[in-house]
Structure formats: C-alpha cells, structure tokens
Design a protein around this ligand. Structure first.
Ligand SMILES: O=CCCC(=O)O
Length: 454
C-alpha cells in the first residue's frame, strides 16, 4: 500500500512535492485534539468566532498571491481565476462575520410554555472530504459556517492538492483559531473509513463524485452519522429562440469553459431551440476560439490544463464513444497529456456519454430542440439534479418552469453559480443537504427544542 503522496504540476508535468501519509497514531491524536478543542470552542461567543472570521479574511488578503499561485501550480487553474477563488473565500468570511449571529440565534416559537424555542447547538468534530477543482473554496464553503457554528473540523483533501490542504490549515492557525479547530489530515481511503466509524466524528460531508458519495454515505449510515453530499452534476443550459446572445454569450461560454470545465455546476448540455440554433453555434464557436490556453501562472491565460492527465484520458474516452454513436465534432477533441482541447459536439442523442454522463472538462455538446417545451423536456432527462439555466427574454415562460425543475437551483439569464447568500446543493444523484447561506450554517447543528415553564 502506498504511504506517500506526490503532487505534480499538470502543466509542466514536473513533480512538486512528496508527503508522507499520517499513521494511525497521528490521526488518532489529531482527532482527540479536535474533540478536546470542541469542548472549549463551543463555549466561545459568536462575537469572538466572527472576529476570527474577519481576521482570516485579512490573512487571505495578505497572502492572496502566494495562495493563488499554489492553486495554479497544483491543479493548473489560470492565475486570475485562482485569485478570484481566494477572493470568494474572503467574501464568505465577510458574509458569515456579519450574519452568523442572526443565523444561530435562538428561534422563539409560541406555545403554551412560558418560553419555547429552538437552540442551534454544535455537534462536535465534523469530517470533510473535499475535491481538487476549487481547492480553497470548497473547503472554506464547508469549514467557515461549520466552525462558526461551534464545531471543529478535520479535512481530508484530494491528494493532488495536498499543498493547498496544508496551506489552509496554516491560514486558520495564522488567523488565531485555537489548535484543533481546523486540521488537515493526509490519509488514504481505509483510514477515512475507520475515522468515520470513530465515535468522536459526529458527521461527514463530501464534495466529490457520485461513487465516492455512495461509499462514504454507506459507511456513515452504518454508524448512523449524518452526511451532506455535494456530488456530480450534468446541468442543462437551455437557449430559447429569443435569448439575448449579445448580452449573454460570454456568460454562456464561461458556464462551460471556466476552470477548464472542471466544475460540478458547469453547463454540460446545451439545448438550443431551432430558430436560434445556427446563430448560437456560430457564436459559441467564435468565443471558444478566443480561449487562450497556456501557462496557468500567466495572467493572459484563460484556459489551463486539466488537473491530471488521467482526467483528460477519461474525457477523451467519453467523447470518442459519443462520436462512435454518431456525434459530430465541430472543433476540438485533441489531447496532449493533461491538456484537452475545448471541444464542441453536435448531433447528440440522449444515449451518448456526453449527454448522460458528467463530462468534467471543456466539452460542449449542443443539441437542437423543436421548441421551448421540448427543450425543457430534454433538459429534465438527467439522473443528476444540481441546476438548470435558461437564457430567454420570455421571463414569464421561464418562470412557469420553476415548479417543474427538480434540481437544487434554477437560474434564468445567468449561469448556475454559488453565492455565499444563497443555498447551494443538489437533488437526485447530485446529493443532498445544503451549503452556504443560513441553510449551510444550520446543517451541522443540533436543532434543539427547549421548553420552559416558569
Ligand atoms: O464544482 C462545483 C462548483 C463549486 C462552486 O462554484 O461553488
């Protein structure tokens, strides 16, 4: 069994660093220390927790360039997008620093009692298993509300972003969080399974693939532990005849191509009504041709490699299988190591991998729909349920579908995106539970009923 992790820069293919996995004793002592800290931390005031959030935002501001460079080096994200990722983490600190007090305040409910209310109490040590595609944001999205609610956190990050995991732990330390509030562990799957079974772990959250979600939820279920799962997506992007392409074409292309397409909420199926189809395809092609592939550390780069060569291999297979089933390549479909050329495909059927599977890279299958009803019908044919977006000037028509979309999000004239103020999460094979907003900070709490007669 491997007992080390080697990180590799996907653009240069050069090794970055080797890390030893933690042994069982080290993991035990981290868990004990997180638990010991929880017993203290749960009694700190919300005011103090919010002060630390603001301090954390300031430290990220000071270290922004260095942190962003680490993201770009470990997973190939273009530097300006890495900087935005750090800034989004700062905005999340700011959001909870202002709102946590309200979100966690006792909620009075009138009954026959002299007083009755819900008290939002922390649970204990929460384990997070996080992915590499937004290596700071996804971790902070879990950690900031969870810790601010009075829990402590242990992170098992994706191996290819181990440097980011350690940098995040250091950020919490530098911001003044007590030791044990947030700790990263370097561990393999077996160690994680064992950890989930430990009585000191009170709940588990995972952002990752559907299979990883099923496996972690099964283990957690065996031990009756709560899980929050944010899994894959296959978001439809519907373009209706009256879409305002002048205004939204950049947004639409960005919905698929940002982060080299490696986003759970990316637009992964474009469903375009007949009358606008040809114009849309031409304009999409034109924008894709303007993407600038290159060194992720250069500011002019807008498209980086995929985070690992094996991810590009998977995409190549999904595209080739779709082509064998009749898809037509308009542009793209070449691969070189971790680079996968932005690819546009047409003549798509619902049996093809590019339609029914999540394709985690810069691949845009574009389908023709007869009309709006047909477009929404095709869009709904997915096992996944993260989000749907529609571009149209017929707002009333789009609004009529609010009740019929089964996903966790529905965006009209905007790409599906996460926002600290809004709940984030999916349905069906995309998982369950919500992150961000008031919903997110109330996921890992005991909503305790308190009933008092004087
Ligand atoms: O991969 C999922 C996207 C994450 C986000 O934007 O919050």
């Amino acid at each position: 069994m491997k007992n080390s992790i080697k990180t590799v820069n996907p653009y240069t293919n050069h090794a970055i660093k080797t890390y030893q996995l933690y042994d069982a004793n080290t993991i035990d002592s981290i868990l004990n220390s997180a638990h010991a800290q929880f017993r203290e931390w749960r009694h700190t005031s919300i005011k103090e927790r919010c002060r630390l959030l603001s301090h954390l935002a300031q430290i990220m501001e000071d270290d922004k360039q260095e942190l962003a460079e680490l993201i770009s080096q470990e997973m190939g994200k273009p530097i300006l997008q890495s900087i935005s990722e750090i800034e989004k983490c700062q905005s999340l600190c700011d959001f909870y620093a202002v709102n946590a007090d309200d979100f966690l305040a006792d909620e009075l409910i009138e009954t026959e009692a002299s007083e009755s209310f819900i008290s939002y109490d922390p649970l204990g040590v929460i384990l997070a298993i996080m992915p590499w595609n937004y290596p700071f944001w996804q971790v902070m999205r879990f950690a900031l509300p969870t810790i601010t609610a009075g829990n402590t956190a242990i992170l098992k990050h994706a191996a290819n972003v181990t440097g980011c995991a350690i940098a995040i732990e250091k950020l919490f330390e530098k911001a003044g969080y007590p030791k044990g509030c947030f700790t990263a562990i370097l561990a393999d799957h077996d160690a994680i399974e064992k950890l989930i079974g430990n009585e000191l772990i009170k709940a588990v959250t995972l952002t990752g693939s559907e299979n990883a979600g099923k496996s972690i939820a099964a283990t957690a279920g065996k031990h009756l532990k709560k899980t929050v799962l944010e899994l894959g997506g296959n978001n439809a992007c519907i373009i209706l005849d009256d879409a305002d392409l002048d205004t939204y074409m950049d947004t639409i292309v960005n919905a698929r191509m940002q982060n080299a397409g490696q986003s759970c909420i990316a637009a992964k199926r474009f469903i375009v009504t007949e009358a606008i189809y040809d114009e849309f395809l031409d304009r999409f092609k034109e924008k894709v041709a303007q993407l600038n592939y290159g060194d992720p550390t250069h500011a002019e780069t807008t498209l980086g490699p995929l985070a690992q060569k094996k991810f590009a291999d998977t995409i190549k297979k999904q595209v080739d299988e779709s082509v064998a089933l009749g898809a037509k390549i308009v542009v793209g479909n070449t691969q070189q190591n971790a680079y996968f050329e932005p690819t546009i495909l047409t003549e798509i059927t619902e049996a093809m991998p590019v339609f029914k599977e999540e394709v985690f890279g810069p691949v845009a299958p574009i389908m023709k729909a007869k009309n709006a009803d047909n477009a929404f019908e095709i869009a709904s044919n997915s096992r996944f349920g993260l989000g749907t977006m529609v571009f149209t000037q017929s707002i009333e028509l789009a609004q009529r579908h609010i009740a019929t979309i089964d996903d966790g999000a529905y965006f009209i004239n905007e790409l599906v995106k996460s926002d600290p103020r809004l709940p984030f999460g999916g349905t069906k094979a995309s998982g369950y539970g919500r992150e961000l907003s008031k919903e997110g900070i109330q996921e890992f709490v005991n909503k305790k009923t308190v009933y008092i007669n004087h």
